[in-house]
Design a protein around this ligand. Structure first.
Ligand code: OGA
Ligand code: NI
Length: 386
């Protein structure tokens, strides 16, 4: 696995058919010298950032995250393909060319910058603002929306599902909420402060759902599939869309600590709303890390592992990571679509042929196993490759 070189990545026993490891370790993050209510919290990253305490060893890599890179030279900027969503969605102005640009970009880069996506810039700013306002609330208020230790939704750090206690933790705090379908929303985790948090998320997520659906259809059309709902069906048949707000505190030693370790998304697709000012997202291409530029009002679209499998490898799920800034905090918000738990994911038969043999076995989607792969520096696509 070239992308893990220089990292302490520990083995994670293969999970046959995506079954869970027998002993799932769920590590409670706790603090010395705090009240028991606080000791229960999983909000450690945020409090470390506020109190300026020394970084616990579990966040620190033994080697530089860029072993062969001269630290005085910044990594190159990614020439990320820009896709004009308006062109994709308006047949009269020549979708064909833009569809081909989309197909080509997703088969080489696996990610594109989407512009003209019909999500108002002011709404994107409100999403950033309500999250910043939430982060500025006193801890007691934030903890009202704390996730369960073994749950996905709510505020806090991810549960650790790998047996490997030496896994290096990400220096990030997250708030994850299912937004679609509406009857899957768990309102007990949706902050009520700031007062317009719920309204803003509701509005943004409904816009993103429209963009998500139209994008999956365009992706199917770009591969000349007869039914342009081929990929979208996987979401419609019991799947979900979530919003994940990410907070990355400043870090004085950004060459030894990561906001998010190298990974590909376990999603169908992901849209990332980046911080307006602070870079941090990086993509691995041709074994070299590149900085993803901040494009005003652009949304980064990533192919996820499930779509790589369904497209029989026509689209690539890119490896990416988040680095920290020594002085400035960074926020982002990812919109993630997932299949239903237990859903069989496999290459679409229309994309398998003599010229293009089937690349992946069938797998059952399993959210916890995906998290285990993530934490162990593995990828489901590697595990099920034929
Ligand atoms: C993610 C992710 C990128 C970012 O949430 O999976 O890659 O910029 N986020 O925060
Ligand atoms: Ni990601």
């Amino acid at each position: 696995m070239p992308y893990t070189s220089g990292f302490v990545i520990h083995p994670f026993a293969p999970l046959p058919e995506f079954q869970l490891p027998l002993a799932v370790h769920i590590v409670h993050l706790s603090f010395p010298n705090t009240s028991s209510a606080i000791a229960k919290t999983m909000d450690s990253v945020h409090e470390i950032a506020i109190t300026g305490q020394n970084l616990p060893a579990k966040y620190i890599y033994t080697d530089s995250i860029n072993p062969s890179q001269d630290p005085s030279i910044p990594l190159p900027l990614l020439e990320i393909p820009v896709i004009d969503f308006n062109r994709l969605a308006t047949p009269s102005i020549g979708t064909g060319e833009e569809l081909e640009r989309l197909r080509s970009a997703l088969s080489s880069y696996g990610c594109v910058m989407v512009t003209n996506h019909r999500v108002a810039s002011s709404l994107m700013d409100r999403v950033r603002l309500v999250f910043k306002q939430f982060l500025a609330l006193p801890m007691e208020e934030r903890l009202k929306w704390q996730k369960e230790v073994d749950g996905f939704d709510g505020y806090g750090s991810d549960m650790i599902v790998t047996k490997d206690v030496a896994v290096v933790h990400d220096f990030t705090a997250r708030l994850r909420l299912i937004t679609w379908p509406e009857d899957r929303r768990q309102m007990k985790y949706w902050p009520e402060k700031p007062h317009d948090f719920r309204e803003v998320l509701d509005e943004y997520s409904s816009k993103l759902r429209v963009l998500h659906d139209a994008t999956l259809k365009a992706m199917a059309r770009s591969l000349n599939l007869e039914d342009d709902s081929t990929f979208l069906k996987v979401i419609r048949e019991g799947g979900t869309i979530s919003s994940r707000f990410n907070f990355y505190p400043p870090c004085p030693t950004p060459d030894r600590v990561l906001g998010l370790k190298p990974h590909s998304d376990g999603t169908v697709i992901t849209f990332v709303l980046q911080d307006r000012e602070v870079e941090g997202l990086q993509v691995l291409k041709d074994e070299q890390w590149f900085r993803v530029p901040i494009v005003a009002d652009g949304l980064v679209l990533n192919v996820g592992d499930q779509l790589e499998i369904m497209s029989n490898g026509e689209f690539k799920s890119p490896i990416h990571r988040v680095v920290l800034n020594p002085k400035k905090e960074r926020i982002s918000m990812a919109t993630l679509s997932f299949p239903q738990e237990g859903k069989q994911i496999e290459p679409f038969e229309g994309l398998v042929s003599r010229e293009r043999p089937r690349l992946y076995r069938q797998v059952k989607y399993n959210g916890v196993a995906q998290l285990g792969y993530y934490q162990s520096g593995k990828r489901v696509t590697d595990e099920v490759r034929i």
